[in-house]
Design a protein around this ligand. Structure first.
Ligand code: A2P
Length: 336
């Protein structure tokens, strides 16, 4: 596999390289891509240094797969150009997610929607991925009616500038601000931009993307997304109302048997998911599993996952693995 990583110097790009190496994805040629200012710089991968190239050079190399994490505008402009030369693009930005001609994929849930014809595939938003990973098997069993989610999101989801803002605040240094307010010792009910309906774009991603991934818009979702000064992962407090009644032990059993989901729920030992323990792991952790006593057929959950891993890089690499395993990616050597 000739693999381009577009945005290789960024936060997610870096983790993509790490995940490709860890999972031993078969890379015969690695093409790291970044902006003009990084061209010519070296980037390490599996103990070897690779030279960063620009977009056009990467397209000319006709990679089999391009893993994109370089922002929405970059993706809108360049992903189609890769697709034109036969490359399958897996894109981490929000550019293509709600495009009805593009697939939005969490492989464990809807990998089966992918075909050889899909040349630009969208990776969902980080907070949506961890939500649907836990909810998909429960929806299948009990049918969700309504989901209320409140997020507690890590600064790493915003990017390098936000991580730096928090580090500066902690060190008492005045520096560039990624947010309109301090983030240290604070909570900002403001993730991504505000929309006309008063919600943020992040909140609406949770609403719309979860229905697209689960291929069902018969349930409703409402969200409040909050940025907090953590770095290891996103957390979510989730309340779900089902059409059907459930057995709490069966819920635990279903979740603990779901690949990619780990139940951490032991009140005697203070065991529950936390960003600090989810950090650098690929799984989605679920705990505080309990019946909502205020309403019929309702459940409360606490869901945590590393937003740069399963929320971004790992899911992207898993989509690439799915394409390879199912023979859905054309090797460019054969079409040129
Ligand atoms: P660079 O490091 O050269 O700016 P993050 O989201 O963590 O800020 O990372 C964004 C990534 O996208 C970086 O690797 C950045 O490269 C890359 N990038 C931004 N704009 C472009 C562009 N126009 N072409 C290619 N890569 C880009």
């Amino acid at each position: 596999m000739k693999v381009a990583v577009v945005g290789a110097t960024g936060m997610v790009g870096n983790v993509m390289l790490k995940v490709l190496a860890e999972r031993n994805f078969e890379v015969t040629e690695l093409i790291p891509v970044a902006s003009e200012r990084s061209i010519g710089k070296q980037i390490p991968y599996k103990g070897k240094n690779y030279t960063i190239v620009g977009m056009q050079d990467a397209i000319d190399a006709k990679p089999d797969v391009a893993l994109f994490s370089a922002g929405g505008d970059t993706s809108l402009k360049w992903a189609p150009k890769f697709a034109e030369v036969g490359t399958t693009v897996i894109d981490n930005s929000s550019a293509w997610r709600m495009d009805t001609t593009k697939k939005l994929v969490v492989p464990e849930i809807n990998g089966d929607v992918l075909t050889k014809e899909d040349k630009i595939i969208a990776n969902p938003n980080c907070s949506t991925i961890q939500l649907v990973m836990a909810l998909a098997p429960l929806h299948e069993r009990y049918t969700m009616k309504r989901v209320i989610v409140s997020t507690y999101q890590s600064v790493s989801g915003t990017g390098v500038k936000a991580v730096q803002q928090l580090a500066n605040e902690e060190a008492g240094i005045e520096g560039e601000m990624a947010y309109p307010h301090p983030i240290g010792r604070n909570a900002l009910p403001h993730c991504d931009v505000f929309l006309e309906n008063g919600y943020t774009k992040e909140e609406m991603k949770l609403v719309k993307e979860s229905k697209k991934i689960l291929r069902d818009d018969s349930f409703s979702v409402t969200a409040t997304a909050v940025r907090i000064p953590t770095a290891g992962g996103h957390s979510e407090s989730v309340n779900v109302e089902f059409e059907n009644d459930f057995n709490i032990n069966e819920i635990r059993k279903i979740l603990s048997e779901t690949p990619g989901v780990v139940v951490q729920d032991n009140l005697d030992t203070n065991t529950y998911p936390m960003p600090i323990t989810a950090h650098d792991k690929d799984d989605v952790f679920v705990g505080r599993i309990r019946r909502d006593e205020s309403q019929e057929n309702s459940l409360n959950l606490w869901i945590v996952s590393d937003n740069l891993r399963k929320g971004a890089a790992t899911n992207t690499v898993q989509i690439a693995e799915y394409l390879v395993e199912n023979n859905l990616v054309k090797l460019n050597e054969y079409i040129s």
